[in-house]
Design a binder for this molecule. Structure first.
Ligand code: SD4
Length: 318
């Protein structure tokens, strides 16, 4: 059954009392012919521009999300993603990424080294293998076999930052260095897709994998309900299956921002009301409503819609 937005909101209010029963089997009326792109942080702006250009050519939400994520991946000034990403404690740039499309298909790579575009490798895993996730050396070998070029991803600037860090080995607070790019897209057919890519927590233990390549944690897409993505302290996003939770809360009738807040509430509660780290979520509901929330300080997302691409600030919940 299709729902008008007003009906949806009416049902939502009731839905909070007995959410899943009311919402199971209900289809939210899709937003058609009003494509939008929602990305994390300031590097979301150029990512959105690239994604928008792809949508303009009539291509899919998945094509657009991948094209968007590739922009910060290739930019050495984005020191938290791809080429130029800050390394782990041993000086290795190790990358995590995933994609999920409107059919519910997903691909992911984790702990990948020396390949500039992990998001595209993740897409290849999704489309050209029977698997969802490849890691480390296996992921690198797969990428090389698919024609991806091998390259050194540690720029002089990131190497210098790492060498400076090594002298004191000061523990980084996660929010100092976390800036994953997550790109959520709704195309003009109303279909949803997403991509997420990062070099993770700077100076992490060698072998550490964050939330960004974990389907349901860093990213989740359900083409009936909506999609969500995360940025921030991956360990805590994994422990609460964050992006999946945001989408499930939208299924239960939560507005997109309320869904992001409720998912963060679980983290805040676990940390006695005062976590010392940042997590932010972005979400698109199938009817084109968007939402976002972050734990503390501020977070910025970039939204491209109606040909306008703008950065918006979100205030922390605590
Ligand atoms: C991670 N969530 O590896 C990523 C890092 C991040 O904004 O989001 N930065 O934990």
């Amino acid at each position: 059954m299709g729902m008008k937005r007003r009906d949806f909101l009416k049902t939502s209010a009731v839905g909070l009392a007995a959410p899943s029963a009311l919402f199971s089997g209900v289809t939210i009326e899709p937003n058609m012919n009003d494509p939008l792109i929602l990305s994390t942080w300031e590097h979301g702006l150029p990512a959105n521009d690239a994604a928008w250009a792809v949508l303009q050519k009539g291509r899919s939400a998945m094509d657009a999300a991948e094209a968007g994520a590739r922009v910060p991946e290739a930019d050495p000034k984005s020191t938290s993603v791809g080429f130029g990403g800050l390394p782990d404690e041993l000086g290795n740039v190790t990358l995590d990424a995933c994609v999920m499309d409107s059919t519910g298909n997903a691909g992911s790579v984790a702990f990948l080294q020396n390949i500039k575009h992990p998001v595209s490798v993740a897409r290849k895993v999704m489309e050209d293998t029977k698997h969802v996730m490849l890691v480390g050396e296996g992921a690198r070998q797969f990428a090389l076999a698919q024609g991806f070029e091998e390259m050194n991803l540690l720029t002089d600037e990131s190497k210098a930052a790492w060498e400076k860090w090594k002298k004191k080995r000061r523990e980084m607070t996660p929010h100092e260095t976390h800036d994953t790019i997550s790109v959520l897209v709704q195309d003009k057919k109303g279909d949803l897709a997403g991509a997420c890519t990062t070099s993770g927590w700077a100076y992490k233990l060698h072998g550490r994998v964050g939330d960004s390549p974990i389907i349901g944690a860093g990213l989740f897409v359900d083409n009936e309900i909506g999609c969500a993505a995360a940025t921030g302290l991956g360990e805590e996003v994994i422990k609460t299956t964050g992006s999946f939770l945001v989408v499930e809360l939208m299924r239960q009738g939560y507005e997109p921002t309320a869904a992001c807040e409720e998912a963060l509430n679980r983290v805040i509660k676990k940390h006695k009301g005062n976590p010392d780290f940042q997590i932010a979520y972005i979400a698109i509901r199938k009817d084109g409503e968007i939402g976002s929330a972050c734990i503390k300080w501020t977070f910025e997302y970039a939204l491209a819609r109606d040909g306008v691409n703008k950065l918006y600030k979100v205030k922390g919940m605590i």
